[in-house]
Design a protein around this ligand. Structure first.
Ligand SMILES: Nc1ncnc2c1ncn2[C@@H]1O[C@H](COP(=O)(O)OP(=O)(O)OP(=O)(O)O)[C@@H](O)[C@H]1O
Length: 171
């Protein structure tokens, strides 16, 4: 298959977990972009205050070149691709997942608020349009069930969809 699919979503929505399941099921390659940004130094600077790296999108694009498969990261929708799959999670559950993973209360809360405000989804729709975005709610679902939906999206068995979830009650 000669296609690039970006798998995006707020941190904690399950991209890493689900991408491995999808790769196993479809045979597509997956790149965990955040690891590559760090290891291949695909960043412009370190943001000390946020303890994060500022991604260099141009450098990432040229590093990826013609690479096809699944690009997994909360920044992957900033890249060129054929389709964007956006994982969603109710902010309360997202916050719990992040706390369980050892994130600080402040970071978990910041990500939950960003999820409630549809930040990643809006950015993906702005870039790809509603015809190339698949929004998948992971709330109260297993990674396997979510992977089923992602495979359906990739294999053309699901209509594009965006804007179906509403998490504004969290705020
Ligand atoms: N469907 C799910 N249901 C419950 N927990 C999940 C689900 N998917 C992932 N998790 C858990 O949530 C946490 C975050 O998952 P994961 O690391 O895959 O998210 P991510 O979106 O890749 O995050 P990041 O952007 O920070 O890499 C992990 O502890 C994982 O086990």
């Amino acid at each position: 298959m000669t296609r690039r699919i970006v798998l995006t979503g707020t941190p904690g929505t399950g991209k890493t977990t689900v991408s491995e399941l999808v790769a196993e099921r479809t045979g597509l390659d997956v790149v965990h972009l955040n690891d590559e940004i760090r290891d291949e130094k695909l960043y412009t600077e370190r943001d000390a205050e946020r303890d994060s790296l500022v991604a260099d999108v141009e450098a990432i694009e040229s590093w990826l070149g013609e690479w096809d498969g699944i690009v997994e990261s909360h920044l992957s929708h900033l890249l060129d691709a054929d389709e964007a799959v956006v994982l969603r999670c109710h902010p309360e559950e997202l916050e719990a997942r992040l706390r369980e993973r050892g994130e600080s209360e402040a970071k978990a809360r910041e990500n939950a608020e960003s999820e409630a405000l549809d930040v990643v989804l809006s950015e993906a729709v702005d870039r790809f349009g509603t015809e190339a975005v698949y929004e998948i709610d992971t709330t109260d679902r297993t990674p396997e069930a979510v992977a089923d939906d992602v495979v359906a999206a990739i294999e053309g068995e699901m209509e594009p969809r965006a804007g179906a979830v509403n998490f504004i009650d969290y705020l």
